[in-house]
Design a binder for this molecule. Structure first.
Ligand code: MLT
Length: 312
């Protein structure tokens, strides 16, 4: 017996709980942003937004799941530069990172921090590069999965500095951070959202921020230019997507809930503390997310393909 489920109309939306799929393990940067947003989105929607972590293959397990979900607005995903740009260049995916999704909102962006375990002898990025050169292939850098942004940044760093170290894939930056704090791995090229709280409480060391300017919430951390690896800029932006063919009115309603969440002073303060720059209001639209994803795809796919970065 198959129960008949009435179609969700825009007027009654959401008549069921919304699942916001996080494509990485709990406790990591994407999960953190999702949990801050989901509470305010639920209030605006007068509904329930449940965060579900579907980790694996740098977010592409979740990508496949959401791309195939019923397009009624009750399954949506938070994704980013890694899941919705890099994965398309690096993995052979059973879905298309652009064509199989409806963009909902461009949320925010933030740089990575190059962070190391507390016990590392190096106190500056220059010391770190010297130590890596003296100890080729000894150090380990955690990543959020093969082909993830942390992996790609580490490869660029190796090329720019002429260093070699091993990459250790995790199911997200959250579990990688647990091991960095415990001293099980040496480094992470990590979204500031994840690493800044640990830097602030003295659990790990920060060597540089991957942006041309310092973070307002961490002005003590030098930029990669200042620290000696110029131009290693990584801007890790997040967005929200629904499956392709989600009705426009429902997409617009979801966008309005994200926009309301991003206007909330509490949300804005949390994002700022985590080194996140919220998109200006006029760039929070589905069209702005689509345009940004397209521009980033055109910029990064050739770079990543030329660098021959493989998922294996
Ligand atoms: C995570 O939440 O684990 C991250 O977004 C992974 C990443 O840095 O790509």
């Amino acid at each position: 017996l198959v129960a008949w489920i009435p179609p969700t109309s825009a007027q009654s939306f959401p008549s069921r709980p919304i699942t916001l799929v996080v494509p990485f393990a709990a406790g990591g940067p994407t999960d953190t942003l999702a949990r801050i947003l989901s509470e305010r989105m639920a209030a605006d929607l007068h509904g329930t937004v449940v965060v579900e972590n579907v980790a694996g293959a740098s977010g592409s397990i979740a990508g496949a799941r959401v791309a195939r979900a019923t397009p009624d607005g009750t399954t949506i995903t938070i994704g980013h530069w890694g899941t919705h740009v890099l994965n398309g260049a690096i993995y052979k995916l059973p879905y298309d990172v652009i064509a199989d999704f409806e963009p909902i909102a461009l949320i925010a962006s933030g740089p990575q921090l190059i962070v190391g375990k507390k016990a590392l002898k190096a106190d500056s990025l220059k010391d770190l590069v010297a130590w890596l050169k003296d100890n080729p292939n000894k150090a380990t850098a955690g990543t959020a999965g093969a082909g993830s942004g942390a992996h790609v940044a580490a490869v660029f760093f190796k090329t720019k500095t002429g260093t070699e170290f091993q990459l250790v894939p995790y199911r997200g930056a959250g579990p990688a951070m647990i091991d960095l704090v415990a001293g099980q791995i040496d480094l992470i090229f990590d979204q500031a959202t994840n690493s800044l709280p640990q830097v602030k409480n003295g659990a790990i060391k920060a060597y540089a921020v991957t942006s041309p300017t310092r973070l307002a919430s961490a002005p003590e951390i030098p930029t990669v230019d200042e620290a000696g690896v110029p131009g290693l800029y990584i801007s890790y932006w997040h967005g929200i997507w629904a499956p392709k063919n989600t009705p426009k009115e429902i997409g617009d309603r979801l966008n309005a809930a994200v926009v309301a969440a991003l206007a909330d002073p509490g949300v804005r303060q949390r994002f700022a503390e985590l080194g996140q720059e919220i998109s200006p209001k006029e760039r929070q639209s589905p069209a702005a997310l689509a345009a940004h994803q397209k521009a980033e795809t055109e910029k990064w796919w050739p770079i990543v393909k030329a660098a021959d970065i493989k998922a294996e």
